[in-house]
Design a protein around this ligand. Sequence first.
Ligand SMILES: Cc1ncc(COP(=O)(O)O)c(C=O)c1O
Length: 397
Amino acid sequence: MLLGERMKEHKFATRAVHAGQHPDPLTGSVTVPIYETSTFVFKSAEQGAARFAGTEEGYIYTRLGNPTIKALERSVADLESGEDARACSSGMAAITTAVLSLVKAGDHVVSTDCIYGGTVKLFLGILSQFGVEFTMVDTSNVANTKSAIRANTKLIYLETPTNPTLKLTDIKATVEVARKHDALTLLDNTFMTPYFQRPLEMGVDLVIHSLTKYLSGHSDVVGGIIVGSKTLLKKMDPTLKNVGATLGPFEAWLTLRGIKTLPLRMERQNENALKIAKFLEQHPKIGKVHYPGLKSHPQHELAKKQMTGSGGVICFEVQGGLEAGRRLMNSVKLCTLAVSLGAIETLIEHPASMTHAIIPKEERLRAGITDNLVRLSVGIEDADDIIQDIEQALEKA
Ligand SMILES: Cc1ncc(COP(=O)(O)O)c(C=O)c1O
């Protein structure tokens, strides 16, 4: 049976299928059972007390732990080269749990400026009301990060590549800056997944994911996860357990199933995205195309250094402004007009009026999220069919 430490000897694709899981000892079920229960029986009052006291291992109540969720946590921890993980009810719940556990009123956080809109709202609209200070900078230039650091900086929050403009931050250089100032680093690795980028191996302290995206991969789960050292994750427990942002066992099971095909999906999405990005780059109705796998991406060399692929998200500007972009999105037939990303089907959306509408226009423009920017999350369909669909839609744009 492939388990625990032994998994480290195996390659990623093998670990994606097996890590953290074993046949059910009770029934022999090959797949991890869905322990769809809110609570667990104690053999005696003494056992219940011992489990609450932490002197005996075992499950108590699903908000505090559940075997299906534990299998998922072991799986993602293994793939990310972390010691352990904590699953949460959404990507936002993972970010909230992690940041709330690491900072308090009076602390300062430096963050990548162009990040997922919900994270911007959480930082500037919610956590800043509780006395946590945030400085949002373009972390693609490490000098900006360095000069934003203050005496009370406790955390550097990174999203690389950024959603939606696909700018990269030099992970190793930023970790060096953080360590010099005794600040922790937390990185949203949703876009790359551990298949293409493993930040913990580059010295980052904690990684978070929206499991909703590539890890589950089929547009049927909302979930999140935090991965890192056992010591740091222990710090997350009071927040996770008492705020209650726990993932459900069924969502954990669906994600475990999704992870088994993660390498296959990532390879195909990466290959499709590069082909589509090259097609878009030469199309007369398209302006800038943002995709780290393109030689024209300003950080293509850094991409090759810290990522082993570029993923499935492409952003591009449609000439003719917002109206032309809208006509394109209203004319696609195969691509699905919907937010989210990382699933098997190709999704198309408009960041300025949808995923990033929450960010004030001025800040949006400063971050490069123009009104004519369209985001494409490339699926696993045949790339030629996707290209044909975009081509016919561009004729109407
Ligand atoms: C990069 C990134 N991080 C975090 C999130 C939030 O994840 P969730 O929707 O699972 O809360 C998203 C959502 O789109 C995202 O794109």
